[in-house]
Design a protein. Structure first.
Lengths: 258, 317
């Protein structure tokens, strides 16, 4: 089974995060493999271990993408496709990202495409679903278990309130993976050593036949980025641990009516 | 291009609350034109409930299958966009609609925004949504887009009262059986567990910020909960890690609770968690990260080291 996993280098904010104009100060961003995507990579590796095949990881972005792909390769993926966004000022939204990934992996003709359900930073939960539509692949989103036999996947979709829905679909298919579906492995030293020598293809949006300027315009236009209004915030209890605990105890006792 | 198309949701024969929340949001966009509500693949007798004040028309779309199927929903919404040319399509940022919303946007090349907290119309659509766990709020516009698909965060709007409107109700074109790509095999209810956290008036919630990694790390918090008379619950990451049983998970994929007091230790307040506990009477949050979104809905907060607080709390009762 040939499995492609779309991996995002997601950013998180350090304590000093500030906004400059309409963007978060890049120096306050820390990059790592999107949490959901680690579960997707692990899902792919387990399916390969059970059914043989190849795991290809793909990512779109700037310099930060390389480390994310190396992490996936170190976990055990076989090869990587890195699509470079050439203009640093270009940020692709979820739909544009899906268009780029679709163009990059169409030629791979995968049996299964796995994506994380959402990213921790942008949190649109949209790339996987859009990608499936662009590749004309059957899809199930927000999956918490997966098994494969005889050309068919049986998956569990995790619904609100913990209700589970069991679904069967044929491959080729695209699945978006929820956290907790497995326990993502950490790369061991051997994996990390091997990662650098695994095949890594590099391409650009232009080389894929797409227009980077047009894609960066995206499906929405950002007009402002702001901090939420502070007025909605909590009343902050001051003091050391003991003092805060005693204030909390007072509040609880009064609210519980005891 | 005018009007708003609302995509209602039902599950196991019952309309979901989000359907009525979307109607409220759609009515706030009435300047763009009439509100149409689509009910896809559900019992068409539910349509009368969707006939809420402000709705012009309810369209029922027959599905070849009995349960939600994302390809059926995508096809039905696509056909309605072709027919009605709405300025805005409103669906919910729910597990079902996440399965088809972005597919429509990609194929139809519409504007798109997901997990949206508010919508407004002033000659054009503006929406607001959170990024980085709501630490920052984006305002988005959609110049040049004839149609925009918007997935609205559950709970962002109050639900419109069911029924009582003057809408016409009609059947739209049924979706063809060839559209179906996946097969529903059945639902499975979550395990009940040893405790019903929805029955407790006082919940002690622990999150990733507690540093808990496995079951043995949780033991002191069970003891603390017992000492102060609370029931222990947690956010999703600790359940994913196997440290806390799923029956104690609060949030979108866990339980929705409304205790008198919700004391959250080391809970950052991911959107999915807040969905499950925002209706608590009093929320108290302890987290060393002053930017944690939980402080946005807590009445009381502290940035103190939570180990110190936890230790002292046991003695304060």
């Amino acid at each position: 089974m040939k499995i492609v996993v779309a991996v995002k280098a997601a950013s998180s904010l350090d304590g000093s995060a500030r906004i400059h104009g309409d963007v978060v100060d890049p120096s306050s961003l820390e990059w790592e493999v999107n949490e959901w995507d680690r579960f997707a990579v692990e899902t792919a590796l387990q399916l390969k271990e059970g059914h043989a095949g190849e795991v290809v990881v793909v990512s779109v972005g700037g310099d930060e993408v390389e480390d994310a792909l190396l992490t996936a390769l170190a976990m055990g993926a076989d090869r990587a496709i890195q699509v470079n966004v050439e203009d640093e000022g270009h940020k692709l939204d979820a739909i544009s990202t899906a268009r780029v990934i679709a163009a990059a992996i169409e030629i791979e003709a995968p049996d299964l495409v796995l994506c994380g359900t959402q990213s921790s930073d942008g949190a649109s939960a949209a790339v996987g679903t859009a990608l499936a539509a662009l590749l004309d692949m059957p899809r199930v989103a927000v999956v918490s278990s997966i098994s494969y036999a005889g050309g068919e996947l049986t998956v569990t979709r995790e619904l609100e309130g913990g209700l589970l829905e069991k679904i069967r679909l044929p491959i080729p298919a695209l699945i978006t993976v929820q956290t907790g579906i497995n326990e993502p492995r950490y790369a061991n030293l051997r994996g990390i050593r091997q990662a650098g020598s695994k095949p890594r293809a590099q391409t650009t949006i232009g080389e894929l036949g797409l227009d980077e300027d047009e894609l960066s315009a995206g499906s929405a236009q950002l007009v402002s980025l702001a901090s939420p209004s502070a007025s909605a915030g909590a009343q902050i209890l001051e003091g050391d641990g003991a003092s805060v605990a005693s204030q909390i105890a007072q509040i609880i006792k009064s609210k519980m009516g005891s | 291009m005018s009007g708003v198309l609302v995509i209602a949701e039902a599950r196991q024969g019952v309309l979901r609350d989000v359907s009525f929340e979307l109607i409220t949001a759609a009515c706030e966009l009435e300047a763009t034109g009439p509100v149409t509500v689509a009910l896809i693949g559900s019992d068409s007798t539910l349509a009368s409930q969707l006939n809420a004040a402000g709705v012009r028309e309810v369209v029922t779309i027959a599905s070849p299958v009995s349960e939600f199927e994302p390809h059926v929903s995508a096809a039905a919404v696509g056909a309605l966009i072709d027919e009605l040319s709405p300025s805005v399509v409103l669906a919910s940022h729910t597990i079902d609609s996440i399965g088809f919303g972005a597919a429509i946007a990609a194929v139809k090349n519409t504007g798109f925004a997901a997990d949206v907290m508010s919508v407004a119309w002033d000659g054009g659509l503006t929406v607001q949504r959170g990024v980085y766990g709501d630490k920052f709020i984006q305002s988005l516009e959609f110049p040049g887009r004839a149609t925009v698909v918007v997935l609205v965060r559950p709970g962002a709007y109050a639900g419109a009262p069911a029924g009582g409107g003057s809408a016409s109700i009609r059947a739209g074109a049924a979706v063809d059986a060839s559209v179906v790509k996946s097969e529903h095999l059945g639902f499975e209810s979550p395990e009940a567990g040893d405790v019903d956290i929805t029955k407790s008036d006082f919940l002690l919630a622990i999150g990733r910020g507690t540093g808990v990694e496995d079951q043995s790390d949780v033991q002191p918090f069970y003891e603390l909960a017992e000492k102060i008379g609370a029931t222990l619950v947690s956010s999703r990451p600790l359940v994913d890690a196997g440290a806390v049983p799923a029956a104690r998970q609060v949030g979108q994929s866990g339980k929705t609770v409304h205790p008198k007091v919700y004391l959250a230790l080391g809970v950052s307040g991911a959107v999915q968690h807040l969905m499950g506990m925002r209706k608590a009477d009093t929320i108290i949050a302890v987290n060393t990260d002053p930017g944690a979104p939980i402080f946005g809905i807590a009445q009381y907060g502290a940035h103190t080291d939570l180990e110190d607080v936890a230790r002292a709390l046991a003695d304060a009762f």
